[in-house]
Ligand binder design. Sequence first.
Ligand SMILES: [Zn+2]
Ligand SMILES: [Zn+2]
Length: 363
Amino acid sequence: MAANEVHHYPCPSCGADLLFDPRDGFLTCSYCGHKETIPQSTAKIEEQSFEQHLRVGSEGTWATNALEVQCQSCGAKSIFTPPQVAGRCEFCGVQIVAQPKSADPTITPGGLLPFSVTQQQAGSDLSQWLSSLWFAPNELKYFAQPEAIHGIYLPFWSYTTHATTDYTGQRGDYYYDTETYYERDSQGNEVERTRSVQRVRWSPVSGTVTNWFDDVLIPATLSLPPSRLAALEPWDLDKLRPYDPAFLSGFKAQRYQVDLAEGFERAKEVVAPLIQHDVRSDIGGDVQTIESLTTDYSEITFQHLLLPVYAGAYRYNGKLFQIVVNGRTGEIQGERPYSFWKIALLVVFVLFVVLIIVVLGNR
Ligand SMILES: [Zn+2]
Ligand SMILES: [Zn+2]
């Protein structure tokens, strides 16, 4: 069966493909306008057991007709359903030439935030943003084309865990000593004076601190820098919907690049300062030193989540520029290049004006 013959959501009135419409959240036929609701699932987004998954695995398919393609340049894998095509890579900008194949089994998403910004909106906001940039090279106009950015769901892990931390350390309490010292007064005589000096009395401590961390969100993509991903926050995660392949219709989704176990290691790094903070307040006193700290994580559960962005990439002077637009809020995050020539021309122009003023002033 050829990929382009598989239609998951044919329009009942004209047979064309129904695509997810971010404006109203309906599956919509772009030819005749027919609309269908995506059934509001009452199911809660399942928290899956981390331990059990690592032991036995629980991989599934995203949709019966899901295809997967790997970018030959940056290695990112995206999953999509026809009539969506591989197109350009959202992360490095090259045209993907590899043939899509049936998507390999993967941990299926538990929930997602559907797109609520249309590609058109995102595109016109982006054009506006571009025209507001000073000294941007003309090549950047690439992003003003409607095809420059595409909707893609980014993969995330969300972990919930209980943490029990045993620690040893020192508690320091301030006390004050009176110290005697000598100095010369205005007449030059040596005089004895006293001052109060702060000192620390240390005492050894040990104890246990427990924490409950709920929904620690960890990006499972390596295609965008962590700072850019963080800048897209906050996500309205209270609006998460249970995963339904219908949401994917017309969009791509990136396959996770950080696996489940690796993601949890990153979650530990995120919670470490919070645990340290709690250990310090458990130690009490005025200052603390932590000598040892071991945390046991238990009752770990996870969700595989998809969050919507419009993304595009462009190469300028051999450097990669990526633009991401939050698919919920329309917020634009991107690094921008500066045109050397535009800046150089301005500098020359300013020098020229200064020269003219100087010349006229001397006449
Ligand atoms: Zn139709
Ligand atoms: Zn790529």
